[in-house]
Design a protein around this ligand. Structure first.
Ligand SMILES: CC(C)(COP(=O)(O)OP(=O)(O)OC[C@H]1O[C@@H](n2cnc3c(N)ncnc32)[C@H](O)[C@@H]1OP(=O)(O)O)[C@@H](O)C(=O)NCCC(=O)NCCS
Length: 147
């Protein structure tokens, strides 16, 4: 597990496409997020990059976002998602982040269970379940964790 290098970007884009299909980040977006200093943590095994997380630290606000988390279908259920999240949270903490936010599809039970087990909780009231967050019918839960 390590932070990503420029040459990893095409492999992250391939994994993202495999996991998220049409909702994957286009390569040029990943490239620009990398250049802009977003945090990218990857798991690189014998077959290449099999998992990654993308995060943003807003140090002046003490706040950070986990923007993506993906484990390749063949590697799921072996603890990689949890390890990646822990490493990403550790990285955010080192960047003076004190509160981490993320959004998740309400039906994504495995991701929600993982986030809750790490201490994330749903934001109270109307901000917890955000209707049409990504457009019509694309609701998201907004979860937060104090580091
Ligand atoms: C969600 C995801 C990242 C989990 O990664 P993973 O490596 O399979 O997860 P882990 O093996 O580390 O498991 C960690 C915890 O996640 C939860 N979890 C993982 N798979 C699960 C499943 N099939 N059903 C229910 N809970 C599950 C459990 O709480 C598990 O802890 P436990 O084993 O102690 O019960 C992975 O399934 C994935 O990439 N899914 C597609 C992309 C996605 O949905 N990303 C999140 C977008 S917000």
């Amino acid at each position: 597990m390590r932070t990503a290098a420029e040459e990893d970007l095409p492999h992250i884009a391939r994994l993202d496409r495999e996991v998220f299909g049409d909702a994957a980040y286009p390569f040029f977006v990943l490239r620009q997020l990398f250049d802009a200093g977003f945090t990218l943590v990857v798991v690189d095994d014998s077959e290449g990059i099999c998992a990654y997380a993308l995060a943003l630290a807003l140090a002046s606000e003490g706040r950070g976002w986990v923007l993506a988390l993906a484990v390749g279908p063949r590697q799921r259920g072996t603890g990689l998602g949890r390890e990646l999240m822990r490493e990403t949270l550790c990285h955010l903490r080192s960047l003076r982040v004190r509160e981490v936010l993320l959004t998740v599809e309400p039906a994504n039970a495995s991701a929600i269970r993982l986030y809750r087990s790490l201490g994330f909780t749903e934001r109270r009231g109307a901000t917890g379940h955000v209707r049409d967050y990504f457009g019509p019918g694309e609701d998201r839960l907004l979860l937060s964790l104090t580091l």
